[in-house]
Ligand binder design. Structure first.
Ligand code: KG4
Ligand code: ZN
Length: 338
């Protein structure tokens, strides 16, 4: 059981289709529970209305499980934190309402966490300690950014996507190949048995450190259409090679931009974060670049790549130390999505 001077925070994440809760005690994660929603699979993507309903069903048991696993009760909590945005509004509202009510009932501070900050600050979980400033390539289902991280609360966006996110590029091309949602991890698995040099797809010519993935999406669409005109079984018979080639195109493009960011800033402390940082090709490529160019590289544990509440808890811990709290009145639900 924690001592009274301890800082114990409950964190709730409900921005998309995972209901998650975690407990952090004095900066150490004590529990990290995720309940993933299967209901969306049959629709080939997240259905917002079904997501918020599922969050309502899962949030109490998930929070209970997080408290239990950490060996604490709600009376040991010093603050309640939640994902404030970005995300699906209905889903965010479930977490925000729950956190707000619990904090009010216990008369303890309420902490609103930005989901993207949390993906980046997941690198500080379990005593890991990247040196500031570091360059973080944030690649998730909704965002793709290159960030210069100056401190836990000072992020400089160096570049971002102009259309789709890297995760969407994986999911949408996977869908074209007939793979189930979310396609990213499935495509990754198939790619591991494929020849990544077999098919060539263009990447984008967007300038500077910005990204664009819409050209790749169109190229894959036409490629499949043209090849299937000649042979109806083309995709089925060449699936692993197509997956490997798509993955290689996305990963090489991300690495080219990351290299450029390192060159321009002179910062050789580098991290990757977000769901796509679970990708085996990306993890291998960034490790290879780091060895070649003598970067210090930070790759998150797999459980901290995709959405989780431990990263919200870690960020909330930093915000607690800075007394960065929300007042109860400061959470008008219509404006919670940043
Ligand atoms: O960070 P995240 O869990 O949720 C958002 O904040 O969006 O990222 C989810 C994204 C999805 O697009 C998913 O397909 C992708 O991360 N993803 C992967 C892999 N695992 C998750 N993409 C490629 N390879 C993977 N192994
Ligand atoms: Zn995320």
């Amino acid at each position: 059981m924690p001592q009274k001077q301890d800082i114990t925070i409950l964190a709730i994440e409900s921005s998309c289709d995972d209901t998650a809760a975690a407990i952090i005690n004095n900066g150490k994660i004590r529990s990290n529970i995720v309940s993933s929603q299967q209901v969306h699979e049959q629709y080939g993507g997240v259905v917002p209305e079904l997501a918020s309903r599922a969050h309502q069903q899962h949030i109490v048991p998930v929070v209970d499980a997080a408290l239990k696993e950490a060996g604490v009760t709600k009376h040991d909590l010093d603050a309640v934190s939640f994902t404030q945005g970005p995300g699906l509004l209905g889903s965010l509202m479930v977490g925000a309402n729950f956190a707000k009510s619990l904090a009010l009932g216990l008369n303890i501070p309420l902490i609103g966490v930005n989901h993207l900050d949390a993906h980046v600050l997941a690198h500080f979980i379990d005593g890991n300690n990247p040196r500031f400033p570091f360059i973080c390539l944030l690649v998730s289902g909704g965002h793709t950014q290159l960030i210069k991280v100056n401190s836990p609360s000072d992020f400089e966006i160096l570049g971002k996507t102009r259309d789709d996110a890297a995760g969407e590029a994986f999911d949408k091309t996977a869908k074209m190949l007939g793979l189930p949602y979310p396609g990213g991890p499935v495509l990754d698995k198939l790619a591991q048995n494929g020849d990544r040099g077999r098919f060539k797809f263009p990447d984008s010519r967007v300038e500077a450190l910005d990204f664009s993935f819409s050209g790749l999406k169109t190229a894959v669409l036409y490629f499949i259409r043209d090849e299937e005109k000649k042979d109806a079984n083309f995709v089925e018979q060449n699936l692993n090679d197509i997956c490997a080639s798509i993955q290689h195109t996305i990963v090489s493009y991300l690495m080219r931009k990351l290299k450029k960011a390192v060159k321009e800033t002179g910062i050789k402390e580098v991290a990757i974060a977000g769901g796509v940082s679970a990708n085996s090709g990306l993890r291998a490529a960034v490790t290879e670049l780091a060895n070649k160019h003598h970067w210090k590289v930070h790759i998150p544990e797999l459980e901290y790549c995709t959405d989780n509440a431990a990263m919200i808890a870690q960020t909330a811990h930093f915000q607690f130390l800075e007394k960065n709290f929300l007042t109860q009145e400061a959470v008008p639900f219509a404006r919670i999505a940043k």
